[in-house]
Design a protein around this ligand. Structure first.
Ligand SMILES: NC(=O)c1ccc[n+]([C@@H]2O[C@H](COP(=O)([O-])OP(=O)(O)OC[C@H]3O[C@@H](n4cnc5c(N)ncnc54)[C@H](OP(=O)(O)O)[C@@H]3O)[C@@H](O)[C@H]2O)c1
Length: 173
């Protein structure tokens, strides 16, 4: 099982604003859906709230400190280690990849354990209250990770933002 974060970020590291994505990129949503279909998605409780329901056709896991939190169709964990241990050892899940799908708190928590990061890098500065950890805007670099692949997205979306799909893997030390 690999631990892979998948996120879309603005040039300033922006991830979210007032609980929502600051952009509208249908091609990115398709990329997210295709990348994570049939796999495990792990998210923070706030990201789960913003989705409002589990994502179909994948195993959904939510991290919360709230011991009373329950939601239909999601498996609840109270720390990252328990989630990784559960999915890494359960026969029906251990062949799958675990995708960390945000938000900022959960990317930050999982960063030291990630094998890969799939980033949609959007060429725009966005007002935001959630940022990708350690992401230095402009350079599109993440300390501890090396870029292994980049391909352009469609030239423009409805808001005229250029963007690209990039894959980073943990740099060999
Ligand atoms: N651009 C993207 O790709 C992308 C992807 C996902 C989300 N987002 C955006 O990111 C924003 C949400 O991010 P966020 O950082 O505010 O929230 P978040 O990471 O989605 O969730 C934070 C919550 O996770 C739980 N949590 C955090 N650390 C924990 C730990 N160590 N152990 C157990 N539970 C823990 C807590 O839940 P409790 O409070 O219930 O204890 C905490 O309030 C939204 O704007 C969303 O739209 C963007």
């Amino acid at each position: 099982m690999k631990l892979i974060a998948i996120a879309a970020v603005g040039k300033n590291g922006a991830l979210g604003w007032k609980g929502k994505l600051p952009w509208n990129l249908p091609e990115d949503l398709r990329y997210f859906r295709d990348s994570t279909r049939g796999q495990i998605v792990l998210m923070g409780r706030k990201t789960y709230d913003s989705l409002g329901k589990p994502l179909p056709k994948r195993e959904n896991a939510v991290l919360t400190r709230d011991r009373s939190f329950q939601a239909a169709g999601v498996r609840v964990f109270h720390d990252l280690e328990s989630a990784v241990h559960f999915y890494g050892s359960a026969p029906e899940f251990r062949e799958l990849d675990l995708f960390v799908i945000g938000g900022a708190e959960i990317y930050s928590l999982s960063l030291p354990f990630l094998h890969e990061i799939l980033l949609t890098e959007i060429e725009g500065e966005f007002e935001a209250d959630a940022f990708f950890p350690g992401y230095s805007g402009g350079e599109f670099s993440i300390p501890g990770f090396e870029r292994v692949e980049t391909r352009p997205g469609l030239e423009c979306d409805s808001a005229s933002h250029r963007y690209r799909f990039s894959r980073f893997r943990r740099a060999k030390s």
